[in-house]
Design a binder for this molecule. Structure first.
Ligand SMILES: [Fe+2]
Length: 278
């Protein structure tokens, strides 16, 4: 079986993180220009001039969505796609400010640091014995950055947030889980019961073409390699503690009111088209 790990063909845009995004090995390499149609709605014009013609990627995450600066070869914290108070009353403004401006920014800075240190190891400026440490830092901060980008973009305030899905993702949920309620109950139970910090994830497993609900402990400990995350909920305490304290179940239930199902459907259909499942 081919490796599910992305390979980035354009060295100008390559980075350690992009090599970690799981995907089907046979799919074309990730690039900037082709992502416009499957991006998550961020303004991608800032990086468009650096684009090169490449085939579409199955991931809905573009380098611009990720804040990748190809000139500096670093990531910058992408802005939220809405105002800090857009998800009130379900997710409060103060939590969003702290979560995005402090926690997410910390992952971006940690990712850049890890990439820089690994580059120094490759060039001989640092000892190879540091690879283990900086590889862990890369996985931790890189996975955290990727999942937060997904998280912000799979939420929306009224009137777009919450309710039930429509489109292809709605049909797929019915087919694979039996009903939206069965999915919702499973998803909320998985997210509520993540051991310590982590994530609840709805993902597409591209080999079988099946949807799956999964848990990820911390950021980097995924339970299944190769999946494409479609919908994620952050259940680290920093995501909810100010408003919900230890009542994670209430936060998870409130999250269901801000899911942007139109965005999830766009991600799903783009990935299905690229992996030829559906
Ligand atoms: Fe978080």
């Amino acid at each position: 079986m081919t490796s599910p790990i992305i390979t980035v063909s354009d060295p100008v845009h390559s980075s350690e993180l992009l090599t970690l995004i799981p995907r089907r090995g046979a799919i074309a390499s990730l690039g900037l220009a082709a992502m416009a149609g499957v991006g998550m709605g961020f303004d991608q014009s800032a990086f468009a001039q650096n684009s090169s013609p490449v085939k579409p990627s199955p991931t809905p995450i573009s380098p611009a969505d990720m804040g990748w600066d190809p000139a500096a070869k670093q990531y910058v914290l992408p802005p939220l796609p809405y105002k800090y108070d857009a998800l009130e009353p379900h997710i409060d403004k103060q939590t969003m400010e702290l979560h995005h401006d402090r926690h997410h920014d910390g992952y971006v800075k940690g990712l850049n640091k890890a990439m820089a240190m690994l580059a120094e190891i490759r060039s001989g400026k640092r000892d190879a014995s540091e690879v283990k440490h900086w590889s862990r830092e890369l996985a931790f901060h890189g996975s955290g950055h990727l999942l937060h980008v997904l998280f912000w973009n799979n939420m929306a305030g009224a009137p777009d947030g919450g309710g039930q899905p429509s489109g292809e993702i709605a049909k797929k949920i019915d087919t694979d889980f039996g009903s939206f309620k069965a999915f919702s109950d499973h998803f909320q139970a998985a997210a509520t019961n993540v051991e310590s910090n982590g994530w609840g994830i709805l993902a597409l497993e591209p080999v079988s073409g099946q949807l799956m609900v999964m848990q990820a402990e911390k950021h980097q400990n995924l339970t299944t390699w190769g999946v494409a995350p479609l919908l994620v909920i952050d259940v680290w305490e920093h995501a909810y503690y100010l408003k919900y304290q230890n009542k994670r179940k209430d936060y998870v239930a409130a999250f269901m009111n801000v899911i942007n199902w139109k965005a999830v459907d766009r991600h799903f259909t783009a990935i299905v088209a690229a992996t030829k499942h559906g």
